[in-house]
Design a protein around this ligand. Structure first.
Ligand SMILES: Nc1nc2cc3nc(NCCc4ccc(CCO)cc4)[nH]c3cc2c(=O)[nH]1
Ligand SMILES: [Zn+2]
Length: 378
């Protein structure tokens, strides 16, 4: 439905005629062995089997449904067989909600000094001890079966930005062959394997990648190769080209995104799932996320500010502590300061996706998006 239909708003003659933004936004339910979860959803990142500075109990309390861990990191340390012997990742980290593991496709290319990629897989040096390591679709899938996440990702190459057309084309074709190999190697029932759409920043490659992976019939689709430094309008254009080609009745997961303005735009194109280290990463250097933008609570301006970070926020930090107190802790290098800013940022994003879901259900998403973007300075 067109969100402007029925509104009495008369556009002044000179104002550019507003395109009735047909929205692809949707509210869904994701069924997993660890529960049924609401979308749109934000997934806190727990790279090394912990969401830094917060406990599973606190994650549950703030409404986290599915959290993300990284195969690359857990494969290098402590090893995925060890986690399997511990009873799997849920048991190991005492999390009974959903878990999604990324396949290593991004970390190999962004963390370890890359040695070389062949048809077989990716050889690289460990960022931990410099040892030579190798990941392939078969190794990455076996590692994720050991970890036992509810949703696992195909092994792919996250194409760097910018990339030549020819490189993007060859890499995307290889990622599709790797997706097929990931599918063949995946023998654990009850665990969903998502493919990952690539294609760089090229519309035609994005469409080919999406169509090829849809024909291989996966239960869900990640959209990769974005949030890698490209301008936001380019990311949105790639979404516009890709999302409509993905089956309506399957979840779409935009990897590595992000900030609230990106989330609300991506939801409009029909994205259901998000993950990003941003909220937890910036929290640790004293930046809080609010609906008006970022608040660097470490700044001197807040030394005597006895209000909470956000008076309308229901999180543990805002309900009990002032900006002055949190600033004091951060300045004194007190761990509790990092915990409070992390709790607030995670709560903020989890609550934001809940508000988007509510707006979609009440058919007022486009006005929600307008109001939010008007107030939020990037
Ligand atoms: N397997 C796979 N995983 C991915 C993870 C990603 N994560 C991103 N972006 C995250 C970028 C990102 C990194 C750090 C911060 C902290 C503040 O600066 C924020 C965003 N893009 C990504 C692309 C892929 C991808 O194609 N394949
Ligand atoms: Zn808060």
């Amino acid at each position: 439905t067109c969100a402007f239909a029925g509104q009495k708003k008369v556009l002044a003659a000179y104002e550019e005629a507003v395109k009735c933004g047909y929205s692809g936004a949707r509210a869904g339910r994701l069924h997993t062995p660890h529960g049924v979860f609401d979308t749109p959803m934000f997934m806190p990142v727990g790279t090394q089997a912990t969401v830094k500075a917060v406990s599973p109990r606190e994650l549950k309390e703030m409404g986290a449904q599915i959290i993300l861990s990284n195969t690359y990191h857990l494969y290098l340390r402590p090893g995925t067989e060890l986690v399997a012997e511990a009873g799997g990742l849920h048991r190991f980290m005492d999390w009974d909600g959903g878990i999604l593991t990324d396949s290593g496709g991004f970390q190999v290319f962004s963390l370890g000094p890359l040695r070389k990629i062949t048809e077989e897989g990716a050889a690289f040096r460990s960022h931990i001890d410099g040892s030579t390591q190798f990941l392939s679709p078969e190794i990455a899938i076996k590692a994720q079966m050991n970890l036992g996440a509810d949703i696992i990702m195909a092994f792919d190459e996250c194409i760097p930005y910018p990339a030549e057309y020819q490189y993007a084309k060859l890499s995307t074709e290889r990622t599709t062959r790797w997706a097929e190999r990931s599918q063949k190697a995946h023998t654990r029932s009850g665990q969903a394997l998502f493919a990952i759409v690539q294609g760089g920043m090229y519309q035609d490659l994005r469409r080919v990648s999406a169509n090829d992976l849809v024909s291989l019939d996966f239960p869900g689709y990640g959209i990769g190769g974005l949030s890698v430094g490209e301008p936001k309008p380019v990311m949105y254009e790639m979404l516009e080209q890709t999302v409509p080609l993905l089956p309506e009745n399957k979840p779409r997961y935009l990897m590595g995104v992000g900030t609230p303005d990106c989330l609300v735009e991506a939801v409009r194109y029909g994205i259901d799932m998000f993950d990003c280290v941003f909220p937890t990463r910036v929290a640790r250097n004293g930046t809080a996320m609010t609906k008006s933008g970022r608040l660097v609570v470490k700044n001197a301006a807040y030394a005597k500010d006895f209000l909470p970070i956000d008076e309308n926020c229901g999180c543990y930090a805002c309900q009990n502590f002032s900006r002055a107190y949190i600033r004091h802790l951060l300045k004194a290098d007190e761990i509790f300061g990092l915990r409070l800013t992390t709790i607030h940022n995670l709560y903020f994003l989890l609550d934001f996706t809940k508000k988007m879901r509510q707006a979609i259900l009440e058919d007022r998403f486009l006005s929600f998006r307008e109001e939010f973007l008007a107030q939020y300075c990037k």
